[in-house]
Design a protein around this ligand. Structure first.
Ligand SMILES: [Zn+2]
Length: 252
């Protein structure tokens, strides 16, 4: 018995398989990550529709005997042509897709995961180079939250002091890559211990301000170059700690 299913889906990645077929990975609101085969040569309409970052309604035919899935149709609602118009937009979109794939689609909060990926990609569509980086690190921060593994920033992970009683809400924090948490300055001997990444007040305020923001609003929250570099280093370290590795696509 074969069965047909319908999904709200985002194409994350495609890969040629065989002479004229293509494997595609989707993030769906209903079942998280799905891999399916697109049949048809380079001129097939379906193949053109199933391209990275397109979003729409997906019809899948599942053969339970072989446990194989085939794309029977994909009705694209959002093409996002802007993503291909600027190198940094494509790089940031690839980095987001890779992160989603490496973390198995968001661990159960699929509807929320799809919504976060969608809003990030929409924001990238018109972003300039600098904004692309901010959209990406904002995505990492919120993706860690979806996975339930965003480290607490308001309390030292070692002594438990709230930031207000140590260096104040604007104080310097350190991200401890071994323990996966934030530490106050007194618990790190002023940052002298190994495996620490600094997060300065500018970066810290930015993360607190943009936490639950729609990425479309990120253009209004600028970040100086030093703070941006620190936030990016800390956020990729947080995600690397979660995934157990750094992804090559995070650096461009
Ligand atoms: Zn402390």
């Amino acid at each position: 018995m074969s069965r047909s299913f319908t999904y709200q889906a985002l194409v994350l990645k495609t890969h040629n398989s065989g002479e004229s077929n293509r494997d595609a990975w989707f993030l769906t609101a209903e079942e998280g990550l799905i891999r399916a085969t697109v049949f048809g040569g380079p001129k097939s309409k379906l193949r053109a529709h199933v391209s990275p970052f397109n979003r729409g309604t997906l019809w899948i035919y599942h053969d339970p005997i072989r446990d194989s899935r085939k794309v029977s149709d994909f009705d694209v609602a959002s093409w996002r042509p802007g993503l291909r118009e600027l190198y940094e937009r494509t790089m940031a979109a690839d980095a987001m897709a890779d992160t989603i794939l490496a973390s198995h689609g968001g661990g159960g909060n699929w509807e929320e995961a799809l919504s976060l990926a969608d809003s990030g990609l929409n924001a990238l569509e018109s972003a300039d180079e600098a904004l692309c980086v901010r959209v990406f690190i904002h995505f990492l921060w919120n993706w860690a939250n979806i996975l339930g593994l965003r480290p607490e920033m308001d309390r030292c992970g070692s002594c438990g002091e709230t930031s207000a009683s140590t260096a104040g809400p604007d104080g310097l924090l350190w991200y401890d890559q071994h323990e996966g948490n934030f530490l106050c300055s007194s618990c790190t001997e002023g940052g002298g211990l190994n495996g620490l990444l600094p997060l300065n007040p500018g970066g810290r305020r930015w993360l607190a301000a943009v936490g639950d923001l729609d990425p479309a609003q990120l253009g209004r929250y600028s970040l100086d170059a030093v703070s941006l570099g620190q936030v990016r280093a800390v956020l990729t370290a947080i995600m690397a700690g979660i995934l157990g590795k750094y992804l090559n696509t995070w650096h461009w």
